[in-house]
Design a protein around this ligand. Structure first.
Ligand code: B3K
Ligand code: ZN
Length: 885
């Protein structure tokens, strides 16, 4: 397989002004007739051949201006159809035959249960017909679908329904027309026996839009939350970005078999059921929030992605980074901003930082790829969103909005680049963002070393900040980044007023105890004047830049930040840093002695947690977050070499110590947050459940009769999945004989009750895959054979194999290498069925450099075994070969 390079970008030789598609759907095969109105690009050479993309289908006929071509008049390979001689303007007709029922890649046209659906981003349209399948070719689509009326009463495509009729032999047809030009990746088709939830939204200019969510009949009672989220998102985009919806109808369809969360096809979003369906009995709070976020994300793409799209796939973060930033701000506004920020930063710091330090590290704007599907990454999405957030922080909300307005206005209907986006921000603000653009072209996580010195005599506090960035596969040395560093100073009683002296940067702007220092050089110094007491600096407030920051805080400093800082993110981060330090001591201890039995917990951490638990005036959501110890994944990311056993033992030991030392507090907080009110998915109720279930988790570690009974009662009596699953997880992870018996009974009862709800069964798979008790691999292997599992369904693969390999380190990283062998076996099976999912599942093995020499050898040998597989997909080849080089 060959790499595609950004620097090789060339405009297409032909444009496709109109695309007229006709689908005849049938069980054995689907016939597609495409009529394309082609026009040579004025910049192309006169005799330029027409080279169309196409794969995995049968070409029945190709005609130019109605005249069928003889085979010698074109060349056909596995991936391209070339017509060496074509007129400057003409109609191309292509007839192709597809086998959707055999398409397990879930890309192109495929069947999910009894329904037909499509997934075309990034390069799936070429599995439907021969086409210029690249985002800079934008066309006006008309789509006719012809199918059996009783099996497929609902036939959908993009735009507006313009015609319909009856056919022979029980068939019917519909015609859809999309007035907005779009690239082929935004095309969609759905056919099935579906029910719909209907609603309307009136835009601020007074147009009424029909909103329709299509699902299987049994799921109609689970659409209300998605509909409410959609309406909130539509109103929010009008208010915050001035963006109105543009068609008369907006449709969402839920399908069970889907590689990603959802897809923003114009006017016809296709969703993974996991991101649409929600009701309290079947869906956790996290599930509700995910539905809200993904519905909003896909809706926001209508402007950031569809009206203004990407010139080429190297610009992917242009739409994804911006849209993630937009959906994060939306979720923050709908719920608790600090909680949302903490969750996003946790994800970034654990998984994106790990990605950026590993073999698949790439810039937000990559310079090359083998398979674009591998670049729908945390870097493109999450880091991309952080880069947009930094722009907002540097420009301020008002200028950022002006920049966004200019971007949409200037580029409406165009396929553009990340440069165009930054240029609009520059033009609207008058700022030079030249150095800032390095965030897009340089990979790696910058590291800030910060030093603070207090001069009591002069009442001055001096911060010295140096930046550096470790090498990544794309570049050995890095140029300095333009980094907004938000800071405050915290005195004994709380935040201090700031007076920043014009230092060698001079751009800091102090207001109300917070200011943004702009870092542009390898080292800079900032002096705060009039500081009457020795402060503790509050650094990287709100996580103002995606960097690693080191400052030599004492544990007392961290406790001051935890209780006195006005910045919620920094308060939480201080609790995490304290946890990391305390667990770090235990990890060292375990390394030396191989056990921790009598190791006491740090009294400061105990008293910090006691204070959090005793103070009823604090925000419950914040308390729950701060009581959660750093995860094993985060601790692993921080380590140079991951000591799997020590990290697990240390964290578990500390959890148990906290459980015992604060037993009374946990019990009080548990009971104090049980509520008889009916389930609500608002921020307050979610916070209450979160704190209650954090407490239950600690109580369960006591492994006594009382706590077991609490878990069992909550499992049996709760009216919502959040509480049921939290209790089930406690039972499943219990180690006493009584807990094991209770767990077996609970798992059986749960399956019995929910076996007909695939999304609930997935949670059942996931809770077992995450069980840290010994014997995890055997449990997961047994579940592969269970009727509730299906390797062709990505949600199930993620729930069982994904959870086990990514979130159950102690069981996956067995010293024997059996966990690695298991994963490689699954990847080899998946490679043939669904290359995108196979490549994604490979991630844990690619992190081999983080482990000890014995594990490295075992992990690499599994990667090498995958690499010699015949018929290895481009997807898996790229990930495996890059991680071995
Ligand atoms: N744009 C889609 C991603 C589809 C990628 C498929 N390989 C989902 C989203 O980000 O909204
Ligand atoms: Zn997206």
């Amino acid at each position: 397989p060959r790499a595609i390079l950004l620097r090789d970008y060339r405009a297409p030789d032909y444009w496709i002004d109109k695309t007229d598609l006709h689908f005849s759907l049938a069980e054995e095969a689907t016939d597609v007739t495409a009529e394309l109105m082609l026009r040579r690009n004025a910049e192309a050479a006169a005799g330029a051949p027409l080279v169309l993309h196409g794969q995995d289908m049968e070409l029945i006929e190709v005609a130019v201006d109605g005249r069928p071509l003889a085979p010698r008049e074109y060349q056909l390979t596995d991936e391209l159809l070339t017509l060496p001689q074509v007129p400057a303007q003409f109609k191309l007709t292509c007839k192709t035959r597809l086998k959707p029922a055999q398409n397990t890649s879930l890309e192109g046209l495929y069947k999910s249960h009894s329904m037909y659906c499509t997934q075309c981003e990034a390069e799936g349209f070429r599995k439907i017909t021969y086409y210029l399948d690249r985002p800079d070719v934008m066309s006006e689509f008309t789509t006719t679908i012809d199918a059996d009326r009783s099996r497929y009463p609902v036939l959908l495509s993009n735009g507006n329904l313009v015609d319909r009729g009856e056919g022979d032999g029980g068939r019917h047809w519909v015609r859809w027309h999309d007035p907005f030009k779009k690239p082929a990746y935004l095309f969609a088709l759905v056919a099935g026996d579906l029910c719909a939830l209907d609603d309307t939204f009136t835009t601020r200019s007074g147009r009424e839009v029909t909103l329709r969510i299509f699902v299987e009949a049994k799921d109609l009672d689970k659409c209300d939350h998605a509909m409410a989220s959609l309406k909130n998102a539509m109103a929010w985009d009008e208010k915050v970005y001035g963006r109105e919806y543009d068609l008369d109808i907006f449709m969402i369809v839920a399908v069970d078999d889907f590689n990603m969360g959802a897809m923003e096809n114009k006017g016809l979003n296709i969703f993974n059921t996991s991101c649409v369906l929600a009701k309290p009995e079947t869906t956790t709070d996290a599930g509700f929030q995910r539905v809200e976020a993904v519905v909003a994300h896909e809706y926001f793409h209508n402007w950031s992605g569809n009206r203004v799209t990407c010139r080429d796939w190297f610009q992917l973060s242009l739409k994804e980074g911006f849209t993630v930033f937009r959906d994060a701000e939306f979720s923050a506004d709908m719920g608790s901003p600090t909680v949302k920020r903490v969750e996003d930063v946790s994800l970034l710091r654990t998984l994106q930082f790990a990605e950026d330090a590993g073999p698949m590290s790439h810039p937000v704007q990559p310079a090359s790829f083998i398979e674009i599907s591998n670049f729908y990454t945390l870097t493109i999405y999450e880091k991309g969103a952080e880069v947009v957030r930094m722009l907002r922080n540097l420009l301020g909300a008002a200028q950022f909005r002006r920049g966004s307005d200019l971007y949409f206005e200037r580029h409406d209907g165009q396929a553009v680049t990340i440069d165009d986006f930054v240029k609009a921000m520059e033009d609207a603000s008058g700022r030079d963002l030249g150095q800032f653009k390095r965030w897009y072209s340089q990979a790696g996580t910058p590291v800030l070393e910060v030093d603070g010195v207090y001069d009591a005599g002069r009442e001055e506090f001096t911060l010295t900040v140096s930046q550096s960035c470790p090498p990544t596969p794309d570049s050995e040395t890095k140029l300095a980044f333009h980094i907004p560093l938000a800071v405050g100073l915290v005195g004994e009683a709380g935040p201090l007023a700031l007076r920043l002296r014009g230092s060698d940067s001079g751009t800091g702007e102090a207001d109300q105890g917070s200011c943004v220092l702009e870092l542009t050089k390898p080292q800079q110094t900032f002096v705060f004047e009039g500081v009457a007491e020795k402060p503790v600096p509050s650094l990287l407030r709100g996580f103002s830049a995606p960097v690693k920051l080191h400052y030599d805080y004492s544990r007392d400093d961290l406790m001051r930040l935890m209780s006195r800082d006005s910045d919620g993110f920094c308060r939480w981060d201080a609790s995490q840093q304290l946890g990391v330090a305390v667990i770090g001591d235990l990890i060292d201890r375990y390394g030396k002695t191989g056990e921790l039995h009598r190791e006491p917990a740090d009294p400061r951490l105990l008293s910090a947690h006691r204070e959090l638990l005793d103070d009823d005036s604090l925000d419950r959501a914040m308390v729950a977050l701060m009581l959660r110890l750093p995860t094993e994944a985060y601790l692993s990311e921080l380590a140079d070499t991951v000591d799997v056993e020590a990290i697990h033992a240390a964290r578990q030991h500390l959890r148990k110590a906290l459980a015992l030392a604060l037993a009374e507090q946990w019990e009080r907080v548990y009971h104090g947050n049980c509520s008889d009110e009916a389930y609500r998915a608002d921020a307050g109720a979610i916070a209450r459940r979160s704190l209650k279930n954090t407490a239950l988790g600690y109580l369960a570690l006591r492994e006594d009769d009382n706590s077991l009974e609490l878990c069992r009662t909550q499992f049996e009596q709760a009216d919502n999945m959040t509480d049921v699953l939290a209790a089930l997880a406690c039972l499943v992870n219990g180690t006493s004989a009584a807990a094991t018996a209770a767990s077996t009974a609970a798992l059986a009862a749960f399956y019995q009750r929910w076996q007909h709800e695939p999304l609930v069964v997935n949670q059942w798979l996931s809770v077992q895959a995450g069980c840290v008790a010994p014997g995890g691999l055997a449990r997961v292997k047994a579940l592969l054979q269970h009727p509730g599992f299906d390797i062709k369904n990505p949600n199930k693969v993620r729930a069982l194999i994904g959870t086990f390999c990514n979130q159950n380190a102690i069981n996956f990283h067995l010293k024997s290498g059996a966990g690695y062998r298991f994963l490689a076996d699954q990847i080899i099976v998946l490679n043939r069925l669904n290359p995108q999912i196979a490549a994604r599942m490979t991630t844990p093995l690619t992190k081999w450099q983080k482990y000890d020499p014995q594990r490295q050898i075992l992990m690499k040998s599994e990667l090498e075994r995958i690499l010699i597989e015949p018929d290895l997909s481009k997807d898996v080849y790229e990930v495996v070969s890059k991680s071995l080089r």
